[in-house]
Design a protein around this ligand. Structure first.
Ligand code: ADP
Ligand code: MG
Length: 616
């Protein structure tokens, strides 16, 4: 049985100082580390309300003696370090001896524990760090730590707690990484009564499967590389499975998961041009180096490290990953050469090359695109803002009207009645279309060039924003709703913008564990690739620090609107052109597309005359 020592100041002054408890996830991390250090091979984590209400960690480790139970909660009380020298060769996860004392000082803690040597278990409760009585209790060998109401006695800090689902995302991230870093330990993770993860302690690949799912495990390539005294082990997913951000990356150094952007970039570099722009590989890599070649004491939560031989470590990781990818390719090409390629396979390959969404979804998208095209054409053909009668009704009923129409007829062209042509209201001469891309007009003494694509994009975007502002948005149910599973962090980010999305007519809801479901889209966005839209949103989220959600969404929607807009190169008929011009003139729109490119350019007669040096 380890005995808990009170560190003397010469030891703890060498230990980086800092807060251990910032949020539920940091408590979870400390408690899990203690359970791992106790030699447990079975650990259960249960949280309520993102851990704000309760965090309970149960293990079957060595337990704590009755005589030691109070000591565990004293500052600088640890069974893991005795002298300064020990600090250079620490193999246990905890060693600062201050986690339990600082957790206990800001919460209500109850510990029950039993060692193999003692006959009875022991129980102790603390409130804001004040001890209750030590009592005997029945408990199997091991420890249960229950932490409730974090920051109940420090309201100023409680204010900084995020919403439960956001805190839960952080906790989930910690347990994920802990499972990866300890693949021989069986973990169970339950959040608000729901089982989230259950790993069997049967090695890393099985841990990846328990956390990320079978699809990831199947794409995982084993890494096992050794050079001098650096060993790199683990898995990288083959380049066909990448993510829009770094959330699916785990780096473990000597059993401790850490953050290291440098290493993450090294791995991206090893992927080289196998990676699409702004996509990130998925991996769990475990780097084992001599304990005294790495300083884990640079950060109080021990999530950052300093390598003594950084370039050697980076080099080893680079080569480890590159070798595996190259081998994988060799094997793959060989297999391709050996198997005769069938026609359907070719088709399939092409499909996945152009679009990584499943075939069925592809079909839906295709159908939706057709539908959008049709709707847009109708939109362009219809005197939406032109008929007096229609102008008076609300936009939403107009769109509904449009929708009803389009539901009824598939091929029949819409008969436009009551159409007031543009010429009736505005004086201009239509000169023609240039390069199937620009509309040329003369209006009085002005020569106007309109970029048809930019203009339509702007119209769609403005329409969406207007409808959203006036709360008159009409959404169209999708034939097949879109569902997808995200990492806890991404999921929390998406949930953060849920309401904004709903305001824009995107019908989004939570649908099982870290899964979302989108079942309707606003009319101007019908047919957009939802998966890509969300991926782009998440990508930008990661790459920006000074954003507002609303701006980011706007930005993303702009580029989506862009894709459903008529394209440069589409031949337009006179009516469509009239409609665009009319809408532009009518809508007070900013003469820039949502991407900031100009929609229309005006030359005065003078400008043209200057071009020909008729005047100076
Ligand atoms: P540290 O982990 O840095 O030693 P902590 O404050 O986290 O400091 O824990 C103090 C001590 O309490 C540990 O050193 C250990 O002896 C004991 N302890 C805490 N949690 C457990 C557990 N789950 N099982 C056995 N012992 C534990
Ligand atoms: Mg500890």
């Amino acid at each position: 049985m380890p005995i808990i020592n009170l560190l003397d100041s010469s030891v703890y002054n060498r230990i980086a100082a800092g807060e251990v408890v910032q949020q539920p996830a940091s408590v979870v991390k400390e408690l899990l580390e203690n359970s791992i250090d106790s030699g447990a091979n079975n650990v259960t984590l249960e949280i309520k309300e993102g851990g704000i209400k309760e965090i309970r960690v149960t293990d079957n480790g060595c337990g704590i003696e009755k005589s030691d139970i109070k000591n565990a909660f004293l500052p600088h009380a640890t069974s893991k370090v005795k002298t300064v020298d020990d600090l250079d060769s620490i193999s246990t996860l905890g060693f600062r001896g201050e986690a339990l004392s600082s957790i206990a000082s800001v919460s209500i803690v109850e510990v029950s524990s039993k060692t193999a040597e003692s006959d009875a278990g022991v129980n102790l409760s603390l409130r804001g760090g004040d001890y209750g009585v030590v009592e005997e209790c029945s408990h199997p060998v091991g420890t249960t730590m229950c932490v409730q109401n974090i920051f109940f006695n420090t309201p100023a800090r409680a204010k900084f707690l995020k919403k439960p689902y956001q805190e839960e995302a952080e906790v989930t991230n910690v347990i994920q990484k802990t499972i990866f870093a300890n693949p021989e330990i069986a973990f169970t993770y339950v959040a608000d009564g729901k089982l989230v993860y259950k790993s069997g302690g049967n090695g890393l690949l099985s841990a990846i499967q328990s956390v990320y799912g079978t699809a990831y495990a199947e794409k995982s390539l084993a890494v096992d590389y050794e050079k001098y005294d650096i060993r790199v082990k683990g898995y990288v997913c083959d380049p066909s499975l990448t993510k829009p951000n770094r959330n699916y990356q785990t780096i473990i150094i000597n059993g401790r998961f850490i953050k290291d952007f440098g290493l993450s970039s090294v791995i991206s570099n090893a992927f080289g041009d196998r990676l699409m722009k702004r996509s990130f590989p998925v991996f769990v890599l475990d780097i084992v180096i001599p304990f005294n070649d790495v300083d884990v004491n640079v950060h109080p939560a021990k999530t950052e490290v300093r390598f003594k031989k950084q370039s050697a470590v980076y080099g080893a990781v680079y080569n480890a990953v590159k070798d595996v990818l190259e081998n994988h390719e060799k094997v793959n090409t060989l297999q391709k050469e050996l198997t005769p390629i069938t026609e359907s396979q070719v088709k399939h390959d092409q499909q996945s090359f152009f679009n990584d969404i499943p075939e069925q979804q592809n079909f839906r998208q295709h159908q939706d695109t057709e539908r959008t095209d049709r709707l847009i054409k109708e939109l362009l053909n219809k005197p939406i803002f032109e008929s007096h009668e229609l102008r008076e009704s609300s936009t939403s009923s107009l769109l509904q009207h449009l929708l009803d129409k389009s539901n009824k007829t598939d091929t029949e062209p819409t008969v436009v009645q009551n159409k007031i042509t543009v010429q009736d209201t505005y004086q201009y001469d239509y000169l023609g279309q240039l390069f199937d891309c620009y509309i040329l007009l003369q209006s009085g003494e002005n020569f106007i060039i309109i970029d048809q694509h930019a203009a339509h994009e702007r119209l769609l975007f403005d329409e969406l924003m207007n409808q959203s502002n006036n709360k008159t948005i009409v959404s169209q149910p999708m034939l097949l709703p879109f569902t997808a599973n995200y990492s806890p962090k991404d999921f929390a980010r998406i949930m953060d913008v849920k309401e904004s999305l709903q305001e824009l007519g995107i019908d989004i809801e939570e649908f099982g564990t870290y899964t979302i479901k989108i079942s309707a889209l606003p009319l101007p966005l019908v047919g957009m690739n939802v998966e890509k839209f969300i991926d782009e949103f998440l990508k930008d989220f990661d790459n920006r620090t000074d954003f507002s959600y609303a701006d980011l969404l706007k930005d993303k929607l702009a580029s989506r609107a862009c894709r459903s807009a008529i394209k440069a190169g589409d031949k337009l008929n006179k009516e469509q052109i009239d409609s665009i011009i009319k809408q532009i003139l009518d809508s007070n729109m900013t003469l820039q597309c949502p991407h900031g490119r100009p929609v229309a350019i005006k030359y005065t007669k003078k400008d043209v005359e200057k071009l020909f040096k008729r005047i100076l």
